[in-house]
Design a protein around this ligand. Sequence first.
Ligand SMILES: [Mn+2]
Length: 391
Amino acid sequence: MSFSVVHTADLHLDRNFSYLSDDKAYARKEDLLNAFHQIVDFVLENKVDALLISGDTFDKVLPRNPAKVDFVQKIREIKENGTNIFIIGGNHDVPKGSKHGIMAVEILSAAGLANVFGGCDAENVSFKTIVKNNEKLNIHGLSFNPFLLPETVITPKINFQEGYNVLMIHGDLEGINSNEKENMFDNPIKSSFVEQANLDYLALGHYHNFAEKEYDGTIACYSGSSEKMTFNEENDKKCFVHLEIDNSGVDYEKIPLKIRDIKTLNVQVDDSIENIDQMIKNKVSFNNFNPELILRLKLRGNIRYDTYNTLHKAKLYDEYIKNYFWFIIEDELELDNDELNKLDKLDNNPYTLFESRMNEKIEKLYGSDKEKHEKALELGLNVLSQVNEEN
Ligand SMILES: [Mn+2]
């Protein structure tokens, strides 16, 4: 007889996506809920014994009601279908001071729908046991501790129980992300702790990439986030983890999530290019238009000023935003030093530019409009002359 468990983390529900327009940001909030619904569907279909959410369920301490209501409703369905739900807090959803006091996910424990391990004291790790055919699965959980200084190592004290023991934690684990530089800032745990802990499984949250490693018989796993939150995650394959735990050990599989794609197109620019707009148009062809895709165009290179002047970002944006879910131009172009020196010598300072543009306008005006603009010119020049003096 085995225990069937689903492990996920970093759902970041109600994230703001502030680089998007309001309607698109709301659509992305829906995306987050859709990813969560895919996990819910799997849990319902497979009648799993336990659902573990290892922190950052919500993106913030005070999420708004649509995400909260949707989340509670889905958790209730899971609970009524016979699954036990276990949740810890992550760095995004634990309160950092007394002002907010309590995590949003605690509404689930208040409603009797889930076990929320809200405590963050490593000396005092809570647990809950589920029993199936006389076998015991013990879930231990510790929320992220926001009051520790970065790099303060935590060593959870686990109250081991008869049966299987699983620990849920949100933070950095030593040695699991071999291809990235060692990151031991956020509630870090040493690999030696996992090697000696004698756990059956370590259900981690915090890293948005999937990662797993065996530490002397214990499988430690980051399920990764359920969505691509930032461009750093554009190459990830998002998933959640399905475990079977029995006396032969822990078997796990990654269950893929169907989510919106994010892509960066790198464009290298140099002075041999006559027209940057045209070059971009050639790169971003009609063939790869995709109304579901978030596309980022990254412009790089060291160029002259006149080459730079052939780039019209606002125009390109207007042209392409229709063809994608979202379109961003990230301009990392740099001007040649010689060119910058030339710019320094221009005598068009803000004061004279403002004065000449306003005078051009005033010439075409009459009546009260003219008076208003003359007043604006006077006030503006007064402010700009003060700025000039300060500099
Ligand atoms: Mn996190």
